[in-house]
Write a protein that binds this ligand. Structure first.
Ligand code: ATP
Length: 212
């Protein structure tokens, strides 16, 4: 029997992409045995003001992902206009990949705690599974109210098209895009946190200096 398609999505703003995103996505693929993880930047970021254009965020992701064949860019949310709701993206993915595909949406523990505020949040679990990445040092989140089954075995999890969630503890990587933007604005170095190709792009385009 043919193995169903596995599609893992790590969504975010990626303004800019940093090593926390890259190391986490890579560790997740390795730990759960996925061939690849798709990094999906949001388009019109209705929930965040002053976000860089999708063009810049995509360009930086392209540069960052060029060195890792397990990390793939999925630009579909940036190709839609208006608010990009996760549930709409998942519906589209489900239509593209078919009923049997294993779809997993990755979110941090912070996002998992507020997922009930997302547009049509309960439908998420009819369309996909969720991987909650908890950093090793974080207090575990209580997700018992989710309309989904908690699965602890990766083999079992990867057989599920939708409706399940898994908690995955990973080494914390202490960096955020907010910190990166602030450091650049203050003319501090970010070389330990962002790939050099992305730093070069930021410099070439004068991003995050506070003037644009
Ligand atoms: P900002 O500081 O602008 O809010 P961010 O660094 O949190 O940005 P996002 O693009 O908003 O980055 O996040 C995309 C995804 O990456 C989210 O699921 C978030 O939880 C996760 N993430 C962000 N930083 C890290 C990190 N250092 N380690 C692991 N996951 C991270």
């Amino acid at each position: 029997m043919q193995t169903p398609i596995q599609y893992v999505v790590f969504g975010g703003t990626f303004d800019p992409v940093h090593n926390g995103h890259l190391i986490t996505a890579r560790a997740l693929a390795d730990k759960l045995g996925y061939d690849c993880v798709n990094l999906m930047p949001c388009g019109d970021a209705y929930h965040k003001a002053g976000v860089s254009s999708a063009l810049h965020r995509l360009a930086m992701l392209n540069l960052a992902l060029a060195e890792d064949s397990k990390l793939i860019l999925d630009a579909q949310e940036t190709e839609r206009s208006g608010a990009t709701y996760t549930v709409d993206t998942l519906l589209k993915l489900r239509q593209q990949l078919g009923d049997n595909a294993h779809i997993a949406w990755v979110m941090g523990a912070d996002a998992a705690e507020t997922v009930q505020k997302w547009h049509n949040w309960q439908t998420l679990f009819q369309l996909a599974n969720v991987i909650v990445v908890a950093r090793d040092n974080e207090v575990p989140v209580d997700l018992s109210h989710w309309p989904a089954k908690c699965v602890t075995e990766s083999i079992e999890f990867k057989k599920q098209p939708a409706g399940c969630y898994m908690l995955l503890a990973l080494e914390p990587v202490a960096v955020s895009s907010t910190q990166i933007r602030l450091k650049i604005k203050n003319q501090e170095t970010v070389e330990n946190h962002v790939p050099q190709s992305v730093i070069d792009y930021i410099e070439q385009h004068g991003l995050y200096r506070g003037e644009n």
